[in-house]
Design a protein around this ligand. Sequence first.
Ligand code: TEU
Ligand code: CA
Length: 556
Amino acid sequence: MKKRWWKECVVYQIYPRSFCDSNGDGIGDIRGITSKLDYLRELGIDVIWLSPVYQSPNDDNGYDISDYQAIMEEFGTMEDFDEMLAAAHARGIRLVMDLVVNHTSDEHAWFVESRKSLDNPYRDYYIWRPGKDGGAPNNWGSCFSGPAWEYDETTDMYYLHLFSKKQPDLNWDNPAVRDEVFRMMNWWIDKGVDGFRMDVISLISKKPDLPDGVPGINGYAGIDEVANGPHVHEYLQEMRRRVLNRTETITVGECSGVTLEEAKKYADSSETELNMVFQFEHMRVDSGENSKWSDRKADLRDLKEILSRWQKGLEDVAWNSLYWENHDQPRSVSRFGDDGECREVSAKMLATCLYMMQGTPYIYQGQELGMTNVPFESIEDFRDLESINAYHELTGSGVFTKEEMMRYLRYKSRDNARTPFQWNAEENAGFTTGKPWIMVNPNYREINAGEQMCRGTSVFHYFRNLIRLRKENEVIIYGTYDLLLPESKEIYAYTRTLGEEKLLVVCNFTAREVSFDVPEEFLKGRILAGNYKDAKAGKDMVLRAYEAVVVKKQKS
Ligand code: TEU
Ligand code: CA
């Protein structure tokens, strides 16, 4: 197992629009982030993954980029960015940019040119096709509802957009596109950034004949038909040679549709492509029949099967990322824990369960406070185009009633993760002095960073302790993983082993008391972490509601 700094670090994701507003316009910004770097140093994280801050018309909150080398006006200036980068580095915190190059905004200069004429030099920067049988070239659907093709009458052709029609897909088979992307990446590395999170990077290579896929609940085929295309690994190996090898960068590919076998190519230990990937199997464990729109609760046995398969599958051959949350997912304490009376203890349990595994931990802003899903009252409360479009498409076509869809949105909408960070109990949770761009979760008076930093038993201090524990125990970073009690619906238990060192991690995923037989070798073990103050790992151990314990075997 090669030791690497990016295997030993902890990453914190900032969604800039909702993190901290410094100028009272109700929108988070770069100077707001700079003002909160000491908070992040206190938490103990090593790397910031910054969601896009590039120039954008904000159709998809910055994941639709119109200039990769300019800062979105609402977020500030390039000087603000340079100041933030220097301030982060001065605190020993690295910065990872969000690389969104499967598509650009339709307002990017390349696309403005491309759509002008068939022989425009930029025409083949994008994916244009003639219609078929009077309609779109194939049955692919957009992730944001409707078809993945938009008719453009200027040249009487359709262009592909796997996301919104304002996010036309780039044609990665065109070497000029790859040259542009690699040049831009090198420009950011020259500025001192330390790596990239790569948006939907598994989708950049499309099968040349763009074949129809299997229709979903809205009649269109999903993006998994496009994932892991014929040249994706070739293009990433080229990226590694032309950009990533020049400095010790950290790279993580967001790989919708990735399988364990594919992940061994994207993130293999020969380091010819990326360091790690975000897989989605554990994020689909509570999906509905054909889509994420469901309020089904996950079965712990499914979660254990998935996470264990990825732990064992990548062991010694690649590297895992470890995440419950990001800006696209609902809050994990509401999804996999309990956001009622057991909120804090279950937030701590979920962190223990995941971050004691092998892989690089990713913490999403507010997860370290146990921030919860949001009691959205009506569709007008939502801002995310995925949620709003799905609501109109799926209720309009009768797939779901409005009541069903509102229930599913409250449980799964991406906006659950995008309400303002809760800094304190003052108006708007201390996020802004203006009118926030999206509602603040009403529970900010009880759940906020200010209160938790002053309370040693808070979720914040528990996360801080887990981060410290990882740094002090190599067995957590490099040890092998072995699942215990695979059939238990209540307990997630596993061991980590590195030479003589051995840990036991036990988590009760229910509000009920559950008995657990502590393996003999841990009976006299030392408690390294626990979300109840008087945890002990004795014979006939009884795990309390959402109790989590980490026990270190004592050398005999
Ligand atoms: O997300 C890609 C992706 O797979 C999402 O469609 C995600 O699976 C879905 O939203 C879960 O419901 C990336 C970005 O993270 C997302 O914010 C962007 O909207 C999308 O790509 C397009 O850039
Ligand atoms: Ca602002």
